[in-house]
Design a protein around this ligand. Structure first.
Ligand SMILES: O=C(O)C1=N[C@H](C(=O)O)C[C@H](O)C1
Length: 313
């Protein structure tokens, strides 16, 4: 029997705000977390995703980030997913057990072991070990262009049958025959969440249950609404809003994530600095300006679509 993780709707993988001298800015993170879950209408948060620059946070900073996100999720009765990305199976199990002990974490987001490329059988064995010994529900993070390891639909479905595996963040860079096969034959209790921001709208149209979307750090409410519109079968307004948000997502990913997103949040006065840690470099002014413009304006057409959908609901 699977745990009832009820993974549906929008999950925001929060950025980790820094000061200009690259220290963690905890108050700004707490503010972003509360905004996403209140005005933004997100279903839940993801801490320590790629977007959080988890790779360059110290152990202490990771604990602080999880503490802040846990407090916000507790206050809003929202689920918290925490990223646990490593190519060391034993170390991942230790981290999962520590997170499980807190009692605040709904699930862990676990990519295929990056860099090692253990092959599909090794990857399946890695995930199975995490499922059996980690003590937390798992969301598989399928992102071959970052990990160097692709997963076939049959492997994903085999994972989906494990009692501890509650979903997949699907970010293969394409919507193709394999995506349709997965969406059409997912094991019960196994949620497909989109993770490629620019194509979230077509993936929702094809049946994804929601998304883990870095772009939703900005215009959170609009990404949440896009998911609701597709869930309500309001195809016209969903298509219009989806097209508009796809342009925004493309602009936000014009440079390595989360550099442009941090630039936009800083331009909007929501974080104290656009600073990112090496090897990331801050996004250039043009990319930030273009994305900020798209982040600030919602077109009249998609507002009209929203009213149409409200009237029909
Ligand atoms: O941190 C995340 O979770 C996400 N990361 C992806 C990436 O950086 O490739 C993008 C996705 O929107 C969410």
């Amino acid at each position: 029997m699977k745990p009832d993780a009820n993974l549906t709707g929008l999950f925001v993988p929060l950025v980790t705000p820094f000061t200009d001298d690259l220290r963690l800015a905890p108050d700004a993170l707490a503010r972003l977390a509360h905004e996403a879950l209140s005005a933004g209408g997100a279903r839940g948060l993801v801490a320590l995703g790629t977007t959080a620059e988890a790779a360059t946070l110290t152990g202490e900073e990771k604990q602080a980030v999880v503490r802040i996100c846990s407090a916000a999720c507790r206050a809003h009765g929202a689920p918290l997913i925490v990223g646990v990305g490593t190519n060391d199976t034993a170390a991942a199990i230790t981290t999962l057990r520590e997170l499980a002990q807190s009692g605040d974490v709904t699930a862990a987001l676990v990519p295929a072991p990056p860099y090692t490329r253990p092959g599909e059988a090794g990857t399946l064995a890695h995930f199975t070990a995490l499922a059996e010994h980690g003590g937390l529900p798992l969301v598989i993070y399928d992102i071959p262009y970052r990990t160097g390891q692709s997963l076939s639909t049959s492997t994903l479905k085999a994972l989906g049958h494990l009692p501890e595996v509650v979903g997949v963040k699907y970010a293969t860079g394409a919507i193709d025959a394999a995506s349709m096969e997965l969406l059409g034959s997912s094991p019960p209790g196994f949620a497909v969440l989109g993770g490629d921001d620019a194509v979230i709208s077509p993936l929702l149209a094809a049946g994804a249950r929601g998304g883990i979307l870095a772009s939703a750090n900005v215009r959170t409410a609009d990404y949440a609404e896009l998911i609701t519109l597709w869930q309500r079968d309001a195809a016209g307004p969903a298509r219009r809003l989806g097209a508009e948000l796809a342009r925004l997502s493309a602009a936000l990913f014009a440079e390595p994530n989360p550099t442009v997103i941090k630039g936009v949040l800083h331009a909007q006065g929501r974080i104290p600095s656009p600073a990112v840690r090496l090897p990331l470099l801050a996004a250039c002014a043009d990319s930030v300006r273009r994305a900020t413009d798209l982040a600030t304006t919602r077109t009249r057409q998609s507002h009209e679509g929203h009213r149409e959908a409200e009237a029909a609901a």
